[in-house]
Design a protein around this ligand. Structure first.
Ligand code: HEC
Ligand code: HEC
Ligand code: HEC
Ligand code: HEC
Ligand code: HEC
Length: 251
């Protein structure tokens, strides 16, 4: 079966639909909330040209995400690393880790030929959606909230739906997810592991005010720091207010 219509006709109705809905919608997010199915992409797990494992490199070796995804804090788009990054550890004339491994043949080859390894994309927002990594990871949203437990994945897969309703769920209640900036790439983070005094000090509390805040929080939340506490404090102190307006994500 061929296509009955040229490619552009697939694309046009959606843009018109978005334009029409946006003109008419005003603030009726409620309606469009149900447009996008919630769980369509979860589980999508393509085969990659090199059997690269996050479970080994993050979970076992303990590498930070930003060694490889170096633009994630400074740019709208995250990047995958160049072959140079891999070769520094795996090259026979460099780090020599598993230097003879069959699985790394393509990495050695790419170093010689300069041909880049074509990783298959796992996550891709539609073209009509604006997304920005740095706007999230510099405001207390962890990779984990959107990509799941990557440190345990042999092969990266879609762990979250990344649908419109999913984006909006967090934009409406970010306090459920916010964490201190130094914990953004720590995928084994638990709020209970935080030192309460250090947490409040980082938020800017000092002296008697710091002691009071810590005492009050201990009374309210118990000995261990909780997500509710961390989320609400960060939201309040950094004035975090994710937008729900259509033009934030559809420009
Ligand atoms: C040693 C380098 C390295 C480190 C460290 C690393 N990654 Fe990756 N990452 C890669 C490579 C290479 C790919 C592309 C191949 C793949 O999908 O497995 C990738 C792919 C991904 C993808 C899928 C990208 C897409 O196509 O949608 C996500 C999400 C991701 N990494 C998140 C993380 C997170 C979160 C961390 C830290 C907890 C991390 N990575 C640490 C090298 C790395
Ligand atoms: C900081 C050093 C470091 C970097 C950077 C790094 N790796 Fe690794 N890699 C390791 C270590 C350590 C192991 C585990 C070796 C072992 O099991 O003894 C490993 C294992 C592997 C293996 C399994 C090899 C085998 O035979 O079992 C593959 C494949 C691999 N890495 C690919 C990559 C790719 C692709 C990149 C770049 C995206 C990369 N690595 C970047 C350190 C690194
Ligand atoms: C608020 C949700 C969110 C957070 C937080 C987030 N990501 Fe993403 N990530 C996405 C979305 C959505 C895409 C698809 C973006 C696109 O197609 O433009 C994506 C794509 C990626 C890609 C693929 C980039 C490419 O062009 O192939 C990588 C790699 C990645 N993310 C890594 C990370 C890392 C590492 C972190 C944490 C430091 C992180 N992400 C935090 C939602 C998020
Ligand atoms: C886990 C929580 C969470 C999820 C999921 C999430 N966001 Fe956000 N988003 C935030 C927070 C927090 C901010 C920062 C708000 C602030 O700075 O006041 C933000 C800000 C933004 C901004 C504003 C960036 C700018 O340039 O000002 C855009 C655009 C955006 N998000 C798009 C998306 C899209 C698209 C998705 C889904 C693919 C998404 N977000 C999913 C929490 C989230
Ligand atoms: C926080 C970001 C965000 C906001 C705010 C947002 N959207 Fe979306 N929207 C998305 C994402 C992400 C998708 C793509 C979902 C997917 O790929 O499943 C989408 C998809 C759509 C679609 C296509 C529906 C479909 O079936 O694929 C329409 C229409 C739409 N949005 C209209 C709106 C309107 C109208 C508003 C304002 C009331 C709005 N959006 C606000 C993120 C957002």
């Amino acid at each position: 079966m061929g296509n009955f219509f040229p490619r552009w006709t697939n694309w046009l109705p959606l843009q018109i639909a978005i334009a029409v809905v946006m003109i008419g919608a005003g603030t009726t997010v409620g309606l469009t909330y149900y447009f996008t199915p919630k769980y369509t992409k979860v589980g999508y797990e393509p085969t990659q040209p090199v059997p690269f494992s996050h479970k080994i490199h993050v979970g076992e070796v303990g590498l930070d995400c930003r060694i490889c995804h170096s633009f994630v804090e400074v740019s709208a788009h995250a990047n995958v690393p160049t072959n140079q990054t891999c070769y520094n550890c795996h090259g026979p004339d460099r780090g020599q880790i598993k230097k003879d491994s069959e699985k790394l043949a393509m990495v050695r080859e790419a170093e010689k030929t300069g041909v880049t390894i074509q990783w298959t994309k796992v996550h891709k927002a539609p073209d009509y959606v604006y997304f920005n990594h740095s706007a999230h990871v510099n405001r207390g949203v962890s990779c984990q909230s959107c990509h799941g437990q990557v440190n345990e994945m042999e092969v990266v897969r879609h762990a979250e739906p990344q649908s419109m309703s999913w984006c909006l769920d967090c934009h409406r209640a970010p306090e459920k997810k916010l964490r201190p900036l130094e914990q953004i790439t720590n995928l084994t983070y638990k709020p209970g592991d935080l030192d309460r005094t250090a947490f409040y000090a980082k938020l800017g509390f000092k002296g008697a005010q710091l002691e009071e805040s810590v005492a009050r929080a201990t009374k309210q939340y118990g000995v261990n720091v909780t997500q509710e506490e961390v989320g609400l404090q960060i939201k309040d102190h950094w004035r975090i207010a994710p937008s729900e307006s259509c033009t934030t994500c559809h420009r």
